[in-house]
Design a protein around this ligand. Sequence first.
Ligand code: NAD
Ligand code: TYD
Length: 341
Amino acid sequence: MKICVTGGAGFIGSNFVYYVLNHHADDEVVCLDALTYAGNLSTLQEALKNPKFRFVKGDITDRKGVFDLFEKEKFDIVVNFAAESHVDRSIENPALFLNTNVMGVQNLLDASRAYGVKRYHQVSTDEVYGDLPLDRPDLLFEETNPIRTSSPYSASKAAADLLTLAYHRTYGMNVTLSRCSNNYGPYHFPEKLIPLVITRALANKSVPVYGEGLNVRDWLFVEDHCSAIDLIIRQAKSGEVYNIGGNNERTNIEIVKTVLKLLGKPESLIEHVTDRKGHDLRYAINASKIKRDLGWVPNTTFEQGIKATVDWYLTHENWWQEIISGEYVNYFNKMYGALNK
Ligand code: NAD
Ligand code: TYD
């Protein structure tokens, strides 16, 4: 099987590259990634030693580049992780999100159709369902829920979902879609909550919590997300949509306190800052469909996963120090300029 992994130099895509190379030794993996601020070739350093893996620098919004690559490579499967992925950045610059997350997906779908890709998988997010109220723990996101987005990021992802399903219905394309909750684990870019807290706290700097920190997310260890996608692309029926989640709801403040405790850092580092615009209250996934159809359940408990994640950041300081000393400094100052320390 020859698999194209777009966005494979980012957080989840890179974990997926390693997952496939480790679990399917016969598969060939080609990573297509534009190496935006979120992509990092050093993340793929070990994969690059594997003769079954190749890296191609390219942008999914470059239609000709995508078509040329697909014509040459004749992929069996395409798994699209490439996206602008940070809600806060989408609030600052929606246009970039529409271009990459919608127009880029159109190019991938068209090229997949033109060059006989047998399965196109679109990696999506639970954020397409909007949010759930904090006082209704009985409510969970179901695959059949209506699309009801809040941020330019989630709206762009929802558009890509609909386009993918339209190509299935209209052209009979073989596609699948997965909508996952918040991931955490190795190679997570330190603009997102968990790695932001780890890297700031290690430097004894304050950690920004939006509002009261009572918003809820359903956290899943990244390797469990990878195992779910791997099952879907090999076993799921065309046209299916699957929710993926950890059944692990936590408030943000609980997450921050857990990480500080594991690092042996004081809670006095917490700084409550202005809330995100349009901040979704709660995400919670019902993942019973993927369990029923494909037998998938998460393997890692939150306690195991968060400990492994903190340990990874402690032992991979070179990886994140390089990131936070670059363009990231400007980003941080722009977004959090008013922070105390
Ligand atoms: P990320 O921001 O860490 O990585 C994105 C990768 O895509 C980077 O390597 C970047 O260089 C690449 N990329 C961006 N624009 C590109 C373009 N135009 N052409 C080619 N490559 C481009 O993102 P992530 O957290 O790994 O998320 C991966 C996917 O999973 C996204 O589609 C996201 O919507 C989805 N998702 C993420 C989460 C989460 O918790 N992080 C949860 C559910 C779904
Ligand atoms: P994030 O990691 O950006 O993921 P998402 O927006 O996709 O859920 O944020 C997770 C939660 O943490 C979200 O409710 C926003 C909150 N948050 C903070 O409180 N402070 C921060 O500095 C960041 C980046 C996020």
